[in-house]
Design a protein around this ligand. Structure first.
Ligand code: NZQ
Ligand code: ZN
Length: 407
């Protein structure tokens, strides 16, 4: 899955809804997934013996919970260096320091031990390490697609983003309050190890975030217009239903092994490209949400929860057929008109966010929201992001209206 493609909202046709067929597609996902309890030791079989490895991690959770020790034991036959401190919303200035280490130590293999933030940071480094231009920021600001990156693997420590099985990344630069995406076929991990036991030490807030992020990933690829992609629709619906089923269990007890493994696999499946094939996708909620993280530092998943309701209400006419299908099949709504079911489905989505403890109004995160609609609309204008959404009908003016309803 090319993240650049995803975020460009590939398709926007305007034919009558019911006459559109499944779209043509190509699908290649080369990531080797190694899933299950106790699988981290398999690292030694995946990282080449002669590789000069840089192990990268976040703010230190992997030291406290013993994951980093497990990684080091598995890599004891290898040459490796370490680089910690890639915090949530991976920061360009920190990554530039890591790039220095890669160059001075002649590193040729990267290992991300963390969540979306560390993995995305490593994807940036994978690209930047082989980048021939002068300024690696260009990869983000000029949206340069990465055809070939330095090889890397992942040990996932938090289910949420799907970054472990896709080729996209999102990088922040706080000095200019930017958060931009990048990607390309060169940025798939060589392998990703998914041990659901890592969930046991996650703070409640991060479990809530993971559920919400994966849920919205599916929505972005599903709540568009029907193209008679029966299988993709049912795959999406089953991920949503699984998340709804496991949410109360994993929130109650992160050591619940059944809920943990289903949680982890659902998050990966939500954004590894499969459910997006042959169907239109939107990604407008993410694009607006990223701006809220850039401006306020609000957790990624929570920004999505803020944007969802006003976004779907604004796009109601365009999205009501899929909303109604979602309401009928996932939320078991019936006995109303299709239009009413579609409206109730938006309420159900918001109720679900509340049920997992995620506030959905911007004012619940900051008091400083006056004028944010103008700031973000202007940014979209400047970047030329004028035609977002599956129908390319969302531009700066629509973004402004949507944000005005988010406070
Ligand atoms: O930094 P440490 O100390 O490791 O703590 C982390 C971090 O504070 C903690 N954590 C992770 N695993 C843990 C743990 N704490 C205890 N036990 C564990 N096992 O959790 C916090 C959040 O980590 P982070 O990696 O930021 O979370 P997430 O996986 O939600 O990633 C969010 C980032 O991914 C981007 C987001 O924008 C954001 O920057 N996204 C990436 C996508 C992609 N590449 O496909 C798609 C998404 O839509 C998203 O935009
Ligand atoms: Zn997301």
């Amino acid at each position: 899955v090319s993240f650049l493609l995803i975020f460009r909202s590939i398709v926007g046709r305007n034919e009558r809804l019911t006459t559109i067929d499944m779209l043509s597609f190509e699908f290649k996902n080369p990531v080797k997934l190694i899933f299950g309890e106790g699988q981290i030791e398999k690292l030694k079989e995946e990282v080449p013996q002669d590789a000069k490895v840089l192990i990268l991690y976040g703010g230190g959770s992997v030291k406290k919970n013993g994951i980093l020790d497990q990684v080091k034991v598995a890599l004891k036959g290898n040459y490796y260096e370490e680089f910690g401190g890639i915090l949530a919303n991976p920061e360009y200035s920190v990554l530039v320091e890591a790039l220095e280490v890669i160059k001075t130590k002649n590193i040729d293999y990267l290992l991300a031990v963390g969540g979306g933030s560390v993995i995305d940071g490593v994807k940036f480094l994978s690209s930047a390490a082989l980048f021939e231009g002068d300024n690696p920021w260009d990869i983000l600001s000029k949206r340069i697609r990465t055809e070939k990156g330095m090889p890397f693997g992942c040990v996932l420590t938090i289910p949420a983003t799907g970054s472990e099985m896709n080729s996209g990344a999102v990088i922040s630069r706080s000095e200019i309050k930017e958060k931009l995406s990048m990607g390309g076929p060169g940025l798939f991990p060589q392998f990703s190890i998914l041990d659901p036991q890592v969930i046991a030490t996650l703070p409640l807030r991060q479990i809530q975030n993971g559920i919400a992020d994966a849920f919205v990933h599916v929505l972005e690829q599903y709540v568009t217009y029907p193209v008679d992609a029966w299988l993709q629709d049912r795959l999406s619906e089953s991920i949503l239903s699984t998340l709804i089923e496991l949410a109360p269990r994993i929130l109650e007890d992160p050591k619940d092994a059944k809920a943990a493994s289903n949680f982890m696999w659902s998050c990966t499946m939500a954004l590894n490209g499969l459910i997006q094939k042959g169907v239109p996708s939107d990604w407008g909620v993410h694009m607006i949400g990223h701006e809220l993280t850039a401006l306020y530092g609000i957790d990624h998943a929570r920004t999505l929860a803020i944007v969802l309701e006003p976004y779907y209400k604004h796009q109601f006419e365009q999205k009501k057929e899929k909303l109604a299908q979602l309401g009928t099949r996932v939320f078991q709504l019936s006995g109303m008109s299709e239009e009413e079911i579609a409206r109730q489905t938006i309420n159900k989505i918001i109720e679900f966010m509340h049920s997992i403890g995620i506030p959905t109004k911007l004012s619940e995160y900051t008091d400083d929201y006056d004028g944010v609609d103008d700031i973000i609309a202007k940014r979209f204008e400047e970047r030329g992001w004028l035609k977002m959404g599956e129908r390319k009908d969302i531009g700066p003016a629509q973004v402004r209206t949507i944000l005005q309803q988010s406070y």
